[in-house]
Design a protein around this ligand. Structure first.
Ligand code: TRH
Length: 376
């Protein structure tokens, strides 16, 4: 006798809207989320992005013409207006208050049951975030409610993006010595006594001061510089296209890596200079010491944001000083660099413990799925 098969519930459909403001973070975060929702939660995800060419830099499988391509289980659509959509999804995520098109909102309001509509906010370690996470905001005209979902560093927030197997992949990479192969592919040797650094920052970083300290230090150092702002700055300061030798420091340009390989860079270095939001989070998951170049805001709101993270992280004072100096928020970069170097083993242990603690919290995709399930 065969038991009757229960009907399979329909696959939930989610639309993510992403407007690229600048750089790579908007596209990078939306793609990472979309991919994880599709691959780990069985969700049919459409990613509407207004500048798909930015995503293509992170995702070499994506090629023009960009409309309607499937990549790693995610449907990628070009967000151009008027938006050519067939139906609205069960869950609608707008990244960083990017305002989905009015025609789409009207269609949402016409559904017998409106979709769960979420604004995915920027990451901040500030205390107020927990109070605003999950807040509801009724639309001024349409019968729709938007919910605010805040990433963060505590269980009272939405958590951080982290694929289920991320830390296991990292540990396997490090244990197998795969860093050597990764460096060889970049044309570099794995020199164990050399401090390896990745450098991803904005134009405003005091790179000239950092280079001055590096020139004078005695220990060998290798700095890997990706294209874009960090490389352009290095070219302006040092002339030519590199590689450059500054005393014991060797500065080597590297190609822009597909996002899936960016982690390998962070895992292969002893210290990662990162910026914005996504690389900042990935550097924390690398479990290695990091220096954050925060996205500068005109009203200096970034200063409070930086301090909030330093306090939450429990940054040892030399590291906090280095971060402030790197962000033009006081202190002497040279002294902070030397003092941080002197406590590198402590910084390593601190980063590993921080990562372990963070990993005990639910990841952002998981938290978001739960959040939306309670609201559809
Ligand atoms: O590029 P970012 O500065 O992005 C942003 C934007 O400025 C955005 O407007 C702002 O809101 C946000 O920061 C806070 O930095 P971020 O967030 O680290 O994004 C960089 C992405 O690029 C990240 O997904 C990692 C990826 N990347 C690669 O895939 N390969 C590479 O070689 C490099 C250097 C980065």
């Amino acid at each position: 006798m065969s038991a009757a098969l229960a009907p399979t519930p329909p696959q939930p459909r989610w639309d993510i809207f992403c407007r690229v403001i600048d750089n790579f973070g908007d596209a990078g975060i939306c793609w990472r989320l979309a991919r994880q929702l599709a691959n780990e939660h069985g969700i049919a995800v459409r990613l509407w992005i207004d500048a798909p060419e930015v995503l293509a830099a992170l995702l070499p499988g994506l090629a023009p013409p960009f409309a309607g391509q499937d990549c790693e289980g995610v449907r990628i659509e070009h967000w151009s207006e008027p938006l050519a959509f067939d139906q609205v999804a069960d869950v609608v995520i707008e990244a960083f208050a990017c305002d989905p098109p009015e025609s789409y909102l009207v269609a949402m309001a016409h559904r017998p049951r409106p979709p769960c509509w979420v604004n995915l906010e920027y990451l901040s370690a500030e205390a107020w975030v927990a109070g605003c996470h999950g807040a509801a905001s009724p639309h001024p005209r349409l019968p729709l409610t938007k919910f605010f979902f805040f990433p963060g560093f505590t269980e009272s927030t939405g958590g951080l993006l982290r694929e289920k197997d991320l830390l296991a992949r990292r540990d396997a990479f490090l244990a197998s010595g795969a860093a050597t192969g990764f460096l060889n592919e970049l044309g570099l040797a794995n020199e164990p006594d050399t401090l390896r650094i990745s450098l991803f920052c904005y134009d405003s970083a005091p790179l000239d001061e950092l280079l001055t300290v590096w020139r004078r230090q005695s220990a060998p150092l290798l700095c890997l510089v990706p294209p874009g702002k960090p490389m352009a700055r290095m070219q302006r300061l040092l002339g030519g296209n590199g590689p450059w030798n500054l005393g014991p420091a060797r500065i080597v340009p590297i190609p822009f890596l597909p996002q899936a390989r960016f982690d390998a860079l962070l895992w292969s270095c002893d210290l990662n200079f990162v910026r914005g939001e996504d690389s900042f989070v990935r550097a924390q998951w690398a479990g290695k010491p990091l220096v954050w170049h925060i996205y500068p805001q005109t009203d200096s709101a970034h200063a409070a944001k930086l301090e909030a993270f330093l306090a939450r992280y429990g940054a040892p004072p030399p590291m906090a000083d280095l971060w402030r100096a790197w962000n033009g928020l006081g202190g002497r970069l040279g002294e902070a660099w030397q003092a941080s170097q002197a406590i590198l083993p402590e910084l390593r242990a601190h980063a590993a413990i921080w990562c372990e603690q963070l990993a005990r919290q639910p990841d952002l995709a998981e938290a978001l799925v739960k959040f939306c399930a309670a609201r559809v």
